[in-house]
Design a protein around this ligand. Sequence first.
Ligand SMILES: [Zn+2]
Length: 235
Amino acid sequence: MTNQSVIESLVRQAVRGVLQATPAAGVQPPGWVDGKPNLRVSISARHCHLTDEHVEILFGKGAKLEPEKPLYQDGFYAAAQTVMVVGPRRRMLPSVRVLGPTRSHSQVELALTDSISLGIDAPTRHSGDIDGTPGCVLVGPAGTVQLERGVIRAARHVHMNLHDCQYYGVENGDLMKLVVKSPACSVTFDDLLVRADEAAKLEVHIDTDEGNACNLEAAEQVELQKQTDSCKCHG
Ligand SMILES: [Zn+2]
């Protein structure tokens, strides 16, 4: 590339960045209300993700996930199907919801309390980061699957689009804090990973243990803050 074309490409990128960061008049970015991000905090109860192959083993040849309830993030849904998750010493969780669409790896996401009752020492990981994690047995109406890995305690995170990133001054991979003000049990959660893409709507995902700790249902105020001690530019 010549110098001139490098400069042109940089300018184009910068212009694109501005266009992405500044909503056009009258256009609301995904999830915004009245020209501002509308923070939503959701509790992710224990659930699993399955591959197409595992759906067929568990629910029968040719079976597909049946979308039952759309999730807040467009394109994602709770399926009608559930599986039984079996741990060592035959301890089990009888009915774990499957979330769709299907993925390239099957994965079980539990709260710490779930993993204790199942007898599996599930590490805190971000979705998809399952190397070296424990496995389990999944039981469906048509068959069983031995998962060699994939049982995790899902790490808290926040989905957001690029307009939200601009609003909060963060980027994909940064960490944030979530402040939850609740009567007699306010909690500040550190280390929420920013998961940004163009279409996401601003939504924090915490697990049932975290939601219970701050009595999220009774919360009077929730606020996202940049976690300054994680800022890469200050080491
Ligand atoms: Zn999430």
